[in-house]
Design a protein around this ligand. Structure first.
Ligand SMILES: *[C@@H]1O[C@H](CO)[C@@H](O)[C@H](O)[C@H]1NC(C)=O
Ligand SMILES: *[C@@H]1O[C@H](CO)[C@@H](O)[C@H](O)[C@H]1NC(C)=O
Ligand SMILES: *[C@@H]1O[C@H](CO)[C@@H](O)[C@H](O)[C@H]1NC(C)=O
Ligand SMILES: *[C@@H]1O[C@H](CO)[C@@H](O)[C@H](O)[C@H]1NC(C)=O
Ligand SMILES: *[C@@H]1O[C@H](CO)[C@@H](O)[C@H](O)[C@H]1NC(C)=O
Ligand SMILES: *[C@@H]1O[C@H](CO)[C@@H](O)[C@H](O)[C@H]1NC(C)=O
Ligand SMILES: *[C@@H]1O[C@H](CO)[C@@H](O)[C@H](O)[C@H]1NC(C)=O
Ligand SMILES: *[C@@H]1O[C@H](CO)[C@@H](O)[C@H](O)[C@H]1NC(C)=O
Ligand SMILES: *[C@@H]1O[C@H](CO)[C@@H](O)[C@H](O)[C@H]1NC(C)=O
Ligand SMILES: *[C@@H]1O[C@H](CO)[C@@H](O)[C@H](O)[C@H]1NC(C)=O
Length: 419
């Protein structure tokens, strides 16, 4: 009785506040509950209430998603996810039917587009990608075509996503594409493979957050346990993005790139801050990666010879535990195309400018079993690296003293001392 009363109050407060705010209709989405596809009912609800209304995925209900959802043309809509949205494991379907975006041929299973969209999981909503089938299938091929992305804001403006859990994504978890003025708050992301200990490779490309062609984005107060980049600011346009208070477990770190993957394309990553980041069991701290100066094979695995600019970046207050590579890193010649890629030195990245990039206040310790390089800044001889600085980097190496290595960085010698 008491529980019912509390639930009633809770529901009443959620509904009444949103209805009052939108002044529109409410659509409570039915869930068949028998494993049949709930996508048609979801599409219908967004058609009815996606404009000035309120849409509810009900608590304790599981919505089976067997067909791709492009929820477009939304405006001033409040979406409450109180239940679970669960994607089918029909790999044949998803490989052919995701919502396509050209960059790295990504394929999205659920995307929201429009203006003033608020998606709130009230600390209960779950989006379940049932990704194990994809981890098993993709073994070592991160870019395997068609791996579905379970949540995207795509061509969205002035929108908010908060308080839900994305689990077992088949690929990247939360993607922001061609969007502006987006706030992301209190998201939990976990992608864990059954087989991770025996075969760590099979979690590749399960990034936490990725931004592509987006401006003015805030991502905060979130927890990410996945196998690849915790957050990746991707080309060709990630601008004015602020990331704060994230805990990232078993990730590759906070990344810019990979840059320069598309020949003839100019990548721009500008005005980025990442502060108050805890990295546990990470490969890197905060890093930048670029392809080399010759395009070999095709994206998503191959590519190269793009150009670009990375400017005004601040990485601050990182607590890094058990890291296996470098807390502060710029690396060249990222490639996933195979073995016969020409050596890096033969075709160094050509036409990049990296400027005003700062790493400051990094504390923590390295994994005791591997040798790490505290600071490794390798720039291309054919690019410009200027105004790079790091201060108060105190990530304790396993044994001995910290090592520093810099190449082609303006103002720094090979041991990263002012020259
Ligand atoms: C969205 O709106 C645009 C322009 O108003 C229209 O051309 C398009 O068909 C609409 N798309 C959908 C899915 O309703
Ligand atoms: C992937 O993208 C490349 C361009 O980057 C394109 O040539 C190729 O056809 C795409 N593959 C698929 C399956 O769409
Ligand atoms: C950005 O989006 C938020 C949330 O929808 C909104 O309150 C704010 O007014 C927007 N800012 C601008 C400059 O439009
Ligand atoms: C940081 O985010 C976590 C959720 O991951 C939250 O519990 C905590 O209160 C946040 N800290 C601050 C200072 O906002
Ligand atoms: C790189 O791309 C440019 C065009 O953007 C082209 O002129 C040049 O030959 C390419 N370099 C190599 C090594 O393929
Ligand atoms: C980056 O920030 C500076 C200073 O606030 C601003 O002048 C510039 O326009 C911003 N760049 C972009 C691409 O928004
Ligand atoms: C350098 O980048 C930081 C972080 O984005 C920014 O606050 C600062 O204004 C930039 N400095 C210059 C000279 O642009
Ligand atoms: C350095 O970062 C840690 C978090 O990793 C924070 O607790 C501490 O206050 C920061 N120190 C300064 C001087 O800002
Ligand atoms: C560090 O990582 C290793 C695996 O590489 C693990 O065995 C060890 O328990 C971790 N240490 C801590 C303190 O988490
Ligand atoms: C650090 O020293 C310990 C004890 O001698 C050794 O077992 C370990 O392999 C060393 N680690 C590295 C990275 O050299």
């Amino acid at each position: 009785m008491k529980i019912l009363a509390i639930l009633a109050v809770l529901f009443f407060s959620i509904f009444s506040s949103s209805i009052a705010a939108s002044g529109g209709r409410t659509c409570v989405i039915p869930a068949a509950g028998d494993g049949s596809d709930d996508s048609p009912a979801i599409r219908e609800a967004f058609r009815e209430c996606g404009n000035g209304g309120h849409i509810v995925f009900q608590e304790d209900k599981t919505y089976s998603i067997e067909t791709m959802l492009q929820l477009h043309n939304l405006s001033s809509v409040q979406v409450d996810i109180l239940g679970t949205i669960m994607f089918s494991t029909d790999v044949r379907y998803w490989i052919r039917h995701g919502s396509y975006f050209w960059f790295q041929n990504i394929s999205i299973a659920l995307e929201f587009s429009g203006d003033h969209i608020t998606i709130d999981g009230h600390d209960r909503g779950i989006i379940d990608g049932q990704g194990q089938v994809w981890y098993d299938l993709a073994l070592g091929i991160g870019g395997l075509y068609g791996r579905p992305i379970p949540f995207a804001l795509r061509n969205a403006q002035n929108s908010v996503a908060k308080n839900f859990w994305i689990k077992q994504s088949g690929k990247w978890n939360f993607v922001i594409v061609e969007s502006k003025n987006i706030t992301v708050d209190n998201i939990r992301i976990t992608s864990l493979s059954d087989d991770f200990q025996a075969n760590p490779g099979n979690l590749g490309n399960t990034d936490g957050f990725d931004t592509l062609f987006s401006d003015n984005v805030r991502i905060m107060n979130s927890y990410i346990d996945s196998g690849d980049d915790c957050v990746s600011f991707k080309p060709a346009g990630s601008t004015n993005i602020h990331v704060q208070n994230l805990t990232c477990v078993n990730t590759a770190g906070i990344a810019i790139g990979s840059l320069g993957q598309y020949e003839g394309q100019f990548d721009l990553v500008e005005n980025i801050t990442a502060t108050d980041i805890t990295l546990i069991g990470s490969r890197n701290g905060a890093y930048i990666k670029t392809y080399n100066g010759k395009s070999v094979y095709y994206p998503p695995q191959g590519g190269g010879n793009g150009t670009g600019l990375v400017r005004n970046v601040l990485f601050k207050n990182f607590n890094i535990q058990n890291i296996t590579a470098s807390p502060v890193l710029i690396q060249q010649c990222t490639h996933w195309a195979g073995w016969d890629v020409p050596p890096c030195a033969e075709f160094p990245a050509n036409g990049f400018t990296f400027s005003n990039i700062t790493w400051t206040n990094f504390t923590g310790y390295s994994n005791p079993t591997v040798g790490t390089t505290e600071v490794s800044l390798v720039c291309s001889p054919k690019s410009k690296c200027t105004g790079l600085s790091f201060e108060a980097i105190n990530v304790k190496p396993a044994n001995g003293s910290a090592t520093y290595s810099c190449t082609n960085v303006d103002g720094l010698d090979s041991s990263c001392k002012a020259s």
